[in-house]
Write a protein of this length. Structure first.
Length: 269
């Protein structure tokens, strides 16, 4: 899943693809690099981010979704708003990626059920402006699994078919570095919930601190793609459904190595 941020303030590339033509060109480039799905979002969810008005989010997202879907791309819409999800689906999106897991907008789960589209349901404890205040866990893996299971059950109760649900542990959302690492180390526990899992570690702050001495600045965002590719390999080995990344080429190369190794392992008697 290649990231197309149509925002002025996303943590990794805010403003770089803000204009529709730039975002569309970026989506094409991600497809060329090997993306299977493009995730188009118009609201930054970096820690501390404020929400844009709904009409502004619609203005950012819908033309990009329509253009890329019109060229044959498989597009998901990254939104917490049912109104934006509906407009994006009308424009050609095939999947809704909701970082709030249906908690931010009570109309979201009924909409997804009615439209009969795949739905990524992420672990979430509140909006970006204050989410890190809620990064408190006694056992992060057990608590995230329990809270995801509750949202899974809410989605099923709303009429969303189980085969259309995908779970996301929400790395970096109300989580500190040690929480993120624990979740990556125990992806099997998430998969035990019985649904596909999306992993989104790309360029996040905890990767920027890997191997850096205490008290030094983290690696710049553009220098975190090797670490991102490593998390993609860990996800692939664990059996996740997809990885959500900014730099598709490095992760595609890493996953090609995983697949080549698997193919040769399967050839042995």
């Amino acid at each position: 899943m290649g990231v197309v941020n149509v925002t002025p303030d996303s943590f990794s590339d805010g403003g770089q693809w803000f204009e529709p033509d730039a975002a569309i060109a970026h989506g094409r480039a991600l497809l060329s690099d090997g993306a299977d799905l493009l995730d188009v979002g118009g609201e930054s969810t970096r820690p501390g981010a404020e929400r844009p008005p709904v009409q502004e989010e619609l203005r950012r997202v819908v033309p990009v979704v329509a253009a890329l879907a019109g060229e044959g791309a498989r597009v998901s819409v990254d939104t917490m708003r049912a109104e934006v999800a509906a407009a994006a689906l009308d424009a050609g999106a095939v999947l809704v990626n909701d970082v709030s897991g249906g908690l931010a907008d009570p109309a979201m789960l009924p909409l997804v059920a009615a439209r009969e589209v795949p739905y990524v349901l992420m672990h979430w404890r509140g909006h970006s402006a204050r989410m890190q205040e809620r990064a408190a866990y006694l056992d992060v893996v057990s608590e995230v699994c329990r809270e995801l299971a509750e949202r899974r059950d809410a989605a099923l109760d709303a009429g969303i078919a189980p085969q259309r649900l995908i779970l996301d542990p929400g790395l970096g959302f109300a989580k500190l570095a040690e929480h993120n690492w624990a979740l990556i180390a125990h992806l099997g526990r998430l998969l035990d919930l019985g649904l596909p899992v999306l992993l989104g570690a790309s360029r996040k702050a905890f990767l920027g601190r890997v191997g850096r001495p205490e008290g030094t600045d983290p690696r710049p965002l553009a220098e975190r793609d090797t670490a991102t590719a490593a998390t993609s390999v860990l996800g692939a080995l664990a059996g996740v459904w997809a990885v959500r990344v900014h730099d598709v080429r490095s992760t595609r190369d890493a996953l090609d190595v995983v697949e080549a190794t698997r193919a040769h392992r399967e050839e042995l008697p």
